[in-house]
Design a protein around this ligand. Structure first.
Ligand SMILES: NC(=O)c1ccc[n+]([C@@H]2O[C@H](COP(=O)([O-])OP(=O)(O)OC[C@H]3O[C@@H](n4cnc5c(N)ncnc54)[C@H](O)[C@@H]3O)[C@@H](O)[C@H]2O)c1
Length: 311
């Protein structure tokens, strides 16, 4: 049985990936310090995984967990643009120093492959859409810089230390277990919370900014494909759907689904926010066999059903 390690496995995307890996027949160890993750996210699979409550910045503590793994999926991070502007140092320390410790432990521990959760924020504001892997990185926030440094390290760990790595630039991921309880929470989790409470969400900016919203199960499936594809070591791929919707469109769709009319409130645009985002998915399709299964309508209705059952 393959041994997988998921850093950040108690978080939103990580906890879905854990289920995907268990379904694929793997043995799964999670490293998470529960900063924004929760043990309840892995509740019904709790007895099938090993949960190590550790900080990725502690290289000595995480090394024995990572040692000898088939694949490490590195998702642990402080994953927020505005939080990286309000509190740049902890973001820097976790997203860069912690990432280095994970890569170092994987190289020393003879891990076969490491899949790194990179971010579409690395593109910044490109002139054209879709965003394609060959475009130069233009990070606009500390978070985007940090995630991009992780990509550079991933590629260098392949070329200098022989650790096979694949970086996946996640676009805006949404789905069950995305935590809506913080001011830094992902926009769709906040939309879900407000829709269910019948209150108005606040959209920062005019709401015409667009995102390539990607359902979390598609992202988890792609992570597994990246772990197994041949000839991709050291490369970076977009992990998006290849479509984009504005925040105003998504809020309208959600209101229609519930048959309600709740005009959103608008606040000032936020520093570091990218205006438009949409992935070119050709490389991920050709080299990783990427085939997203969920349309935005499917994904939103599955997500809404989950929030209704849990909030
Ligand atoms: N959600 C998105 O739309 C999106 C987009 C692009 C990239 N990403 C990346 O995907 C990954 C997962 O993000 P998410 O949305 O699931 O967020 P999340 O906050 O739910 O998950 C992050 C996890 O990392 C853990 N963590 C934080 N600091 C840690 C530390 N020092 N040591 C150990 N664990 C630590 C948290 O407790 C949490 O469980 C992140 O690397 C993020 O940068 C997410």
């Amino acid at each position: 049985m393959k041994k997988y390690v998921v850093t950040g496995g108690a978080g939103f995307i990580g906890s879905t990936l854990v289920r995907t890996l268990l379904n694929a027949g793997g043995e799964v160890a999670v490293i998470d310090n529960l900063l924004s993750g929760h043990e309840k996210n892995v509740l019904e699979v709790r007895d099938r995984i090993k949960l190590h409550i550790l900080d990725i910045r502690d290289g000595t503590a995480i090394a024995p967990v990572i040692d000898g793994a088939d694949t490490v999926f590195h998702l642990a991070a402080i994953p927020s643009v505005p939080r990286s502007i309000d509190e740049p140092r902890p973001s820097h320390e976790v997203n860069i120093d912690g990432t280095f410790e994970v890569f170092n432990a994987a190289a020393k521990g003879k891990v076969r492959r490491l899949v790194y959760a990179a971010s579409s924020s690395a593109y910044g504001d490109s002139e054209t859409l879709p965003k394609i892997e060959t475009m130069p990185a233009k990070p606009k926030s500390p978070y985007a810089v940090q995630k991009y440094v992780g990509e550079l390290y991933a590629s260098v760990f392949t070329s200098c230390f022989g650790l096979e790595t694949v970086a996946l630039r996640f676009f805006n991921v949404y789905g069950p277990r995305q935590d809506p309880s913080s001011a830094y929470s992902g926009i769709l989790s906040l939309f879900m919370k407000h829709l269910i409470a019948r209150t108005a969400p606040t959209i920062f900016g005019d709401g015409e900014q667009s995102r390539d919203f990607t359902y979390v199960e598609d992202v988890a499936a792609l992570c597994l494909k990246a772990a197994n594809a041949a000839g991709v070591a050291g490369k970076m791929f977009n992990a998006g759907n290849g479509s984009h919707y504005t925040l105003n469109q998504i809020w309208s769709m959600l209101q229609e689904m519930e048959g309600v009319k709740i005009p959103a409130k608008y606040g000032p645009p936020r520093a570091g926010d990218v205006r438009h985002s949409m992935a070119d998915t050709a490389a991920a399709k050709a080299e990783l066999g990427h085939a997203p299964k969920f349309t935005i309508e499917d994904g939103l209705s599955k997500t809404l059903a989950w929030y209704k059952g849990s909030l």
